[in-house]
Design a protein around this ligand. Structure first.
Ligand SMILES: Nc1ncnc2c1ncn2[C@@H]1O[C@H](COP(=O)(O)OP(=O)(O)OP(=O)(O)O)[C@@H](O)[C@H]1O
Ligand SMILES: Cc1ncc(CO)c(N)n1
Ligand SMILES: [Mg+2]
Length: 733
């Protein structure tokens, strides 16, 4: 067997405490420990032999098993049928040559070493005598009272560079040392107290493995679901969603459907044992970061998955309780619905649509969104698990979702305008696997929901263009990554302009759909909301002008310096004059000074701009300043062109003169100039600098969206938010 030294458990009977060494080893191996060393300085040889036999049974070849010092006990345990892979010897223990002779060429033999003299001694041995070195201690530790002076990370690095053999770092290693030691050349990390004294050794072992893989590692996400050969739903959709959201996708197939965009023609359910075999093959081999469960077909499949979850205990489990396809065809036998409940209790999140919610909450289909949330609260309380209730089947022009967790009394709403499309086949499958991936990337639930929904909405918008099938077509899972493709390949100035505009297309579309923008265009916008907006805009512009002045300060040429200084002047004078014209004293203005206080949205936007200026990175700063120019000019232009209806161009529109300023020609010219400066800076920058610019640009675009959304949210604060979501990406409409 090829051994994985990356996470090496050394047992300590005292630290394992009452639950015992065997229990800790069982859990740690389930969490991904690749090699276990039984170390017990006080036990007799006979006791060691018994423990090795028991551990060999528990480990069941999923990890290597070695014993500290006791060569004779290893041989005796082997003679009694235990699988003992080798020994770990100290400098003063039995000779490694003798151990190799007695244990044979395939045994694993480790040796403690920490000085140049130790390395010389190893070099003098016949090749193949020692497999790896245990090098330490790294930090002072109580588990080895007689330890030598700690090496520290740098001492370890120096030693590992000299060594021809793989070096495992041992002694006082904590989880925060993992990456540094890996980068210092460690073949693995050996831990004692970090796992033996952990509350939950399995979870802790997983955390170590994840750190070893690196913070930027791609999460491994498993879909347990049915096959949809048309590729829009089921495992095919899941794999695309996982990939598009940045994960590595795996799939264990519960059922095969004969399906296209028009409907399901037949279902074939392979034997449940075969599914279990698929699942076991994965969990014994791969660290699974998250599981998404979809179509389960019948009760036998449900029970199989439930039993596997109990054994494998994956860290994140999302169940999409699929019962009926978009086409209306059943995907779960009716009598299996009660078995499902048992499975749901093992999930971290359940994502029913309105019909599934009604079945699970044992009630009629909710006829309003508040009724659906109330049902979801009851379901969540009943199963003790968070519920994401999906509003795709709600009538009307909205498609909201809500995250409901009765155990923490949380109801968090995710409003969203319904996208006008027939391409909705597999939205539920796609959302749940995107969520599993986002969560496995480390986001908390609300952030994971925001990210998954944003991706889903972008994919929904692009779905119709795929023109797949005659029925409900699929969403375009890769619409976003396709649009963003090439951003990292040194684009020209013109390419930057096209790519960045495309990059914020979803945000732009969301702005267009905002009730505030719609009402502003058709003249129905309530005067209170309008003046609230203007007061915030005025506050914003005075802050914006100061940041524009920062851009002038940092500009590399006199021409650019003049441009930003001029813009600062324009922003403060022109706009404030305009607002003075619209805002009466009781609306926050008197004698040209504003008494209104900035809303959290305004503050957040200005903070983002100021922090972009603070770093002194001119390119990043002007990227952050650009959306205010670009989005307003674009909106003004389209209002003027009748994109939002003809009334927006009419002189009788209540806000006609205000609307026209945004279509102002000199403002459009300034915008063009700003775009050119930013695009030139981006094209001249390296990949990383361009990424920083794009992120600053995108963040500002999001702040613009939040800014436009705020006046009406402020007016009708309907969402019962238990956690504040002042973050602009919350996109509260
Ligand atoms: N036309 C739409 N516009 C915007 N969002 C939508 C639309 N249709 C569905 N959604 C969103 O898609 C997700 C899936 O919701 P839905 O209620 O359709 O689930 P589902 O019925 O389980 O889907 P499926 O039919 O794929 O099983 C939710 O986030 C929902 O808000
Ligand atoms: C295989 C499969 N799973 C789930 C759904 C739900 O959309 C579907 N249509 N097909
Ligand atoms: Mg569904």
């Amino acid at each position: 067997m090829s051994i994985d030294l990356s996470l090496y458990l050394v047992t300590d009977p005292v630290l394992c405490g009452e639950r015992g060494v065997v229990d800790v080893v069982r859990e740690a191996v389930a969490g991904g420990v690749g090699i276990v060393q039984l170390r017990d300085k006080t036990a007799t040889d006979a006791q060691i032999v018994d423990q090795l036999i028991e551990l060999s049974d528990v480990i069941d070849a999923r990890a290597a098993l070695v014993v500290n010092d006791r060569l004779d006990a290893a041989l005796e345990a082997r003679a009694r049928g235990a699988r003992v892979d080798g020994v770990h010897l100290g400098q003063s223990d039995t000779s490694v040559e003798r151990a190799r002779e007695l244990l044979g060429p395939d045994a694993i033999i480790g040796l403690t070493a920490n000085t140049a003299a130790h390395l010389d001694a190893v070099r003098a041995l016949p090749p193949g005598t020692v497999d790896h070195l245990g090098v330490g201690v790294i930090r002072p530790t109580d588990t080895k009272p007689d330890h030598p002076a700690p090496l520290g990370i740098e001492g370890f690095r120096a030693f590992a560079e000299l060594s021809e053999l793989p070096c495992v770092a041992i002694g006082g290693v904590g989880i925060d040392d993992v990456e540094a030691l890996r980068d210092a050349g460690a073949a693995g990390i050996a831990v004692v107290s970090a796992l033996c004294a952990a509350d939950d050794p399995r979870t802790e072992a997983r955390a170590f493995r994840r750190r070893w893989r690196g913070a930027a590692s791609v999460p491994r996400v498993l879909s347990i679901a049915g096959s949809d050969p048309s590729g829009g739903a089921g495992i095919q959709a899941d794999l695309k969603s996982i990939g598009a959201n940045g994960g590595y996708g795996m799939a264990a197939i519960t059922a095969l459907t004969v399906q296209n965009t028009q409907g399901v023609r037949a279902v074939h359910v392979p034997p449940a044992d075969f599914l279990r075999a698929q699942l076991d093959a994965l969990s014994v081999d791969i660290d699974i970061d998250a599981v998404k469960i979809g179509m389960l077909a019948d009760a036998a499949v449900i029970r199989t998955v439930t039993a596997w979850l109990d054994d494998a205990r994956p860290p994140i489990v999302i169940v999409d309780p699929v019962m009926v396809a978009t086409s209306g065809d059943r995907l779960l036998e009716e009598d299996a619905e009660h078995a499902l409940r048992d499975l749901l209790r093992r999930a971290d999140l359940v994502t029913p649509n309105l019909l599934e919610l009604a079945v699970l909450a044992d009630t009629v289909i909710a006829d309003s969104w508040p009724a659906a949330i109330a049902d979801a609260e009851r379901l969540s309380a009943d199963i003790g698990v968070a519920v994401l209730i999906k509003g795709g089947h709600l009538g009307g022009d909205q498609s909201p979702d809500a995250f409901v967790d009765a155990t923490t009394a949380t109801v968090q709403q995710f409003p969203g305008t319904r996208i006008d499309t027939d391409a909705t086949h597999g939205t539920g499958c796609s959302l749940s696997s995107a969520l599993a991936t986002q969560r496995a990337l480390g986001k908390e639930w609300p952030q994971a929901v925001i990210a998954a929904r944003e991706w889903l909405r972008e994919s929904l918008r692009a779905g119709a263009e795929l023109q797949v099938g005659r029925g409900h077509g699929p969403i375009d899972h890769f619409a976003g990554s396709r649009a963003r493709g090439g951003i990292d390949t040194s684009p020209t100035r013109d390419e930057v302009v096209t790519q960045w505009w495309e990059h914020i297309s979803a945000i732009r579309a969301d702005i267009d759909e905002l009730p505030f923008v719609r009402a502003l265009a058709d003249g129905t916008l309530d005067r209170g909301a309008f003046t609230h907006y203007l007061a915030q805009d005025a506050l914003y512009l005075s802050g914006y002008a100061r940041v524009l002045a920062d851009a002038a300060r940092l500009a590399p040429t006199a021409k650019e310096q003049a441009f930003w200084a001029n813009s600062a002047h324009g922003s403060i004078v022109g706009e404030l004059e305009l607002h003075a014209q619209w805002l009466t004293p009781d609306e926050g203005v008197s004698d040209g000074t504003f008494s209104a206080t900035p809303s959290p949205t305004t503050t957040a936007y200005l903070d983002h701009l100021r922090s972009s200026a603070y770093g002194g990175d001119y390119a990043q700063l002007i990227a952050a300043l650009l959306p205010c120019f670009w989005l307003y000019t674009d909106l003004g232009l389209r209002l003027g062109e009748g994109h939002f209806g003809d009334f927006a161009r009419s002189m009788t529109h209540p806000y006609a003169s205000w609307l026209r300023t945004y279509a102002d020609e000199s403002f459009a010219e300034a915008t063009q100039q700003a775009i050119e400066y930013v695009a030139s800076a981006a094209a001249a920058s390296d990949g990383e600098g361009r990424m920083r610019m794009l992120r600053a640009f995108e963040a500002s675009a999001r702040h613009e969206l939040a800014f436009f959304a705020e006046p009406l949210r402020h007016e009708s604060c309907v969402s019962a938010l238990s956690r504040s979501s002042a973050a602009p990406e919350a996109k509260m409409v």
